[in-house]
Ligand binder design. Structure first.
Ligand code: APR
Length: 232
């Protein structure tokens, strides 16, 4: 395989950087109600609770470092002879911290959005419902992340990448949230080879031709090494 690679990453990629996943044992959704902190309705009900949830994750993510898997993917993107498109469901900045370019389909903790005028700016470490938007001055700020019931970002570009991919790889995602969970079928439909990298089998493992099981910080560098042997 020497062609275009499209990679979808999920919370499992950042687990070994100390950031929680959502659906594992003790995952984020076992500690917080996603209806309260990750939906527009929850935000309308209690914006301070939602800002508090994202403030804690933003501060934690800012202290985290990329792990060997993030670095291996950045190396692959730099050295592979064809395009390597990394689409992430993660809202942390660890792909960028490792030097990769990435498509944030669920937004970014480091981004702030005004829900009155749609202005975007770099989020301060802690946000509050009283913060005035830098553009329209209204107290209408929210984290620039995609909540349940909202449309993920960059979907047109992502679908176009899937339709001309030669290899689709899903890393550290449980395959329980659409549209991301449907990407493997779109890529396979377009004739791409498919590979799942995860600690364990998932609800969508059956849709992948190949699997590499184990912790991302070990399995991803080994996989990249199989594509880009180091000289000598
Ligand atoms: N290495 C590889 N995979 C791992 C590791 C690890 N060290 N640790 C956990 N995993 C795997 C788990 O087996 C699981 O399949 O990562 C996956 C994490 O699944 P989720 O917690 O559901 O996270 P994710 O798939 O990214 O969730 C998708 O759901 O809640 C929304 O917006 C949120 O972007 C998130 C989306």
């Amino acid at each position: 395989m020497t062609g275009k690679i499209v990679i979808l990453t999920g919370a499992g990629l950042s687990a070994e950087s100390g950031l929680g996943t959502f659906r594992d044992k003790d995952g984020i959704w076992t500690q917080h109600s996603l209806e309260d902190v990750a939906t527009p309705e929850g935000f309308a009900r209690d914006p301070a609770l939602v800002h508090g949830f994202y403030n804690a994750r933003r501060v934690q993510a800012a202290k985290a470092s990329p792990n060997a898997a993030h670095h291996a993917l950045a190396r692959l993107q730099q050295e592979w002879k064809a395009p390597v498109v990394i689409v992430t469901q993660n809202v942390d900045g660890l792909h960028e911290a490792a030097g990769a370019e990435v498509v944030h389909m669920h937004g970014r903790l480091a981004g702030a959005l005004c829900h009155r005028c749609a202005h975007r700016w770099d989020a301060p470490p802690e946000m509050s419902p009283d913060d005035p938007c830098p553009a329209c001055r209204q107290p209408a700020t929210r984290p620039d992340v995609v909540w349940f019931g909202e449309v993920p970002y960059h979907m047109e570009a992502i679908v176009a990448h899937l339709s001309d991919s030669d290899l689709f790889v899903a890393i550290g995602t449980s395959g329980q949230v659409y549209p991301a969970a449907g990407f493997v079928a779109e890529a396979a439909q377009a004739g791409a080879e498919t590979l799942e990298i995860n600690l364990e089998r998932t609800d969508i493992s059956g849709a992948f031709e190949a699997h590499r099981l184990g912790p991302a910080s070990e399995v991803v560098p080994a996989w990249v090494e199989s594509l880009l042997p180091r000289d000598g």
